[in-house]
Ligand binder design. Structure first.
Ligand code: 9UX
Length: 72
């Protein structure tokens, strides 16, 4: 079964930021879909929990240059 998590993202100020974060999340193995919302500063990520976990999602956002924390 797939899981869906919401991440709070800090540091995005324009549409290019959104694209960077969205691409970074979609490139992670096990991520099925990632959609980033600039207005709410969140990402909604659907993923295979056997392949990827919340820490991997946060790490991908941080490698892209932003802060990302998975909502509990
Ligand atoms: Mo836009 Mo974001 O000019 O790091 S790409 S602010």
């Amino acid at each position: 079964a797939l899981s869906e998590s919401t991440l709070d993202i800090e540091g995005m100020t324009c549409a290019s930021c959104v694209n960077r974060v969205q691409k970074a999340l979609n490139r992670v193995d096990g991520v099925v879909d990632a959609s980033v919302n600039l207005a709410t500063e969140t990402a909604s990520v659907t993923y295979d929990p056997a392949a990827v976990g919340p820490a991997d999602l946060s790490a991908a956002v941080e490698r892209a240059g932003y802060a990302g924390r998975v909502r509990q």
